[in-house]
Every structure is written in structure tokens, then in C-alpha cells.
Write a protein that binds this ligand. Structure first.
Ligand code: G3P
Ligand code: CA
Length: 252
């Protein structure tokens, strides 16, 4: 993952293990991250929200209800309150007591490996909050190990100013007339979308790649969809199950 380099694979579709390895361990916990890292995936993906006291923690949803023993908004709870919650029991008894990790704890885990990460900044971030998060990444030596992804064009635009050395990924829920233009202006390393969005506009794959930008699709969990992505020339696939993906890819 080079600074400003495209997230592109030329030979075979690459793997991004989603929310750690969401099919195998509770999403966005260190148990899920460790599993993905031990599998030697190319990239592990995670989501970050800020606590009420401004600490980045690994959580997908804006609320605590689905994946922890707590309830209410992540942003309305302090780190201490969130760290007291159980983020594993909902997935299965083997994971009872798994805490919600901080971004710093995740980076410590990542640093013990050579796996690279996609960190998705969820929700809205102020320039000060982005500065603090990217300083943490820099301090942990993550400039060429972590790409920052967001659905928010404003967040990516701020990152160009605040931390241009980090690779950026534009996530999009729809194609509009300016999406590819915005990706080029922001000098992103990849554009990510649901497979059905690329199915509707397959010509965009070549257009994006022609700009030196990679393509990634989320979230695909079957051999049929992995094959379709590979046939389309998609660079990277996000999957919840890195073990099944690796077995499929080894067989093609
Ligand atoms: O990396 C893209 C993908 O993770 C976006 O979807 O909802 O799983 O964060 P979501
Ligand atoms: Ca995500």
C-alpha cells in the first residue's frame, strides 16, 4: 500500500477481511482481528466511531444495541462506559466478555504482523478529530499500512489537507455524474461500492482503473459472487469469511 498508489491487483482478486472476520468472530473485536491477521489476509477492514470523550473505538453501528450489552448512541457514552460492555456474547458464548477495542489497541495488534488495514471513518469528523486520529496512526508507524476509507466526501477532502500521506478510499452508495471525477480529484487509491452498483455500470470498472485507481466491492460471501467479481476485473473483494475466500482463490 504505497502512498497515493492504487489499490490494484493485476493477477488475482485480493481479499479484505470485513470487520475483522465477521463470519468467524464477533465483528470489530480483537478476537476477529487476530483471526484475520493469523490467516495472513492482505487487508483487514474495520470501522471507527468516536466516544463521547473523543476516543476512536471499533464499532460499525452508531448505536451500541446490536453488538454489545449496552444501548444508545456510541457518541453519547464515554470510553470507560463502553469498555465495560460485552461485545462478544451476542455472537456466541465462546466470545463472552470480548470488549469493544480502541483504535489504538487494534493498531497494537496490527503492528505485530505485516497485515495492512482499511479503517473506515464512520459518521462526521471535525478537522481536529481527524488530526488526532491521523497523529495516532503516524505515531504507530501506520502511514504505509493503513488506508482511510469513508462514504463522506467531506471527510476525505479534509484528509487531503490534514494527512495527505495516508491512502484514501472513496466508498459510494450510488453513481452520480461526478463520482469518478471526485475520486480522481481526491486522488483516492480505490473506489468501493456494492457489487450490484458495479453490475449496473460495469464500464466504470475500466474507467476507474484507467485513472490508476483500484476497485473494491463489499460484502461478498459466496463463491459465485467472488467469481463474478474476478471476471469483472474487480481488484479487491471484501468478505466476512477469509478462510472460505482463500480456499476458493487457491483453487482457481
Ligand atoms: O469497506 C466498505 C464496507 O465495509 C462498507 O460497508 O456497512 O460494512 O461499513 P459497511
Ligand atoms: Ca466498513
Amino acid at each position: 500500500l504505497q502512498t497515493h498508489g492504487a489499490l490494484q491487483r493485476t493477477d488475482v482478486v485480493g481479499i479484505i477481511s470485513h470487520r475483522g472476520a465477521a463470519a468467524i468472530a464477533p465483528e470489530n473485536t480483537l478476537a476477529a482481528m487476530r483471526f484475520a491477521i493469523e490467516q495472513g489476509v492482505e487487508f483487514v477492514e474495520t470501522d471507527v466511531h468516536l466516544t463521547a470523550d473523543g476516543v476512536p473505538v471499533l464499532m460499525h453501528d452508531p448505536t451500541l444495541d446490536r453488538t454489545t450489552s449496552g444501548s444508545g448512541e456510541v457518541a453519547a457514552h464515554t470510553l470507560a462506559e463502553i469498555q465495560a460492555l460485552d461485545a462478544g456474547s451476542w455472537f456466541g458464548p465462546d466470545f463472552a466478555g470480548e470488549p469493544v477495542p480502541t483504535l489504538a489497541e487494534f493498531l497494537d495488534e496490527l503492528a505485530r504482523s505485516s497485515v495492512r488495514a482499511l479503517v473506515e471513518l464512520k459518521g462526521e469528523w471535525t478537522p481536529e478529530q481527524l488530526t488526532a486520529a491521523t497523529e495516532l496512526l503516524r505515531a504507530r508507524g501506520m502511514v504505509n499500512r493503513v488506508a482511510l476509507q469513508s462514504f463522506e466526501v467531506d471527510t476525505l477532502t479534509e484528509l487531503v489537507e490534514i494527512a495527505p500521506e495516508f491512502a484514501r478510499i472513496l466508498l459510494t452508495r450510488e453513481w452520480d455524474a461526478t463520482t469518478v471525477e471526485i475520486a480522481a480529484e481526491l486522488q483516492v487509491s480505490a473506489v468501493g461500492a456494492r457489487a450490484k452498483l458495479f453490475d449496473a455500470r460495469p464500464e466504470l470498472i475500466g474507467q476507474i482503473q484507467g485513472l490508476g485507481i483500484g476497485t473494491l466491492v463489499y460484502t461478498l460471501n459466496s463463491q459465485r459472487t467472488w467469481s463474478e467479481a474476478a471476471e469483472r476485473g474487480i481488484d479487491l473483494v471484501i468478505t466476512d469469511d477469509p478462510v472460505a475466500f482463500a480456499a476458493w482463490r487457491d483453487g482457481i
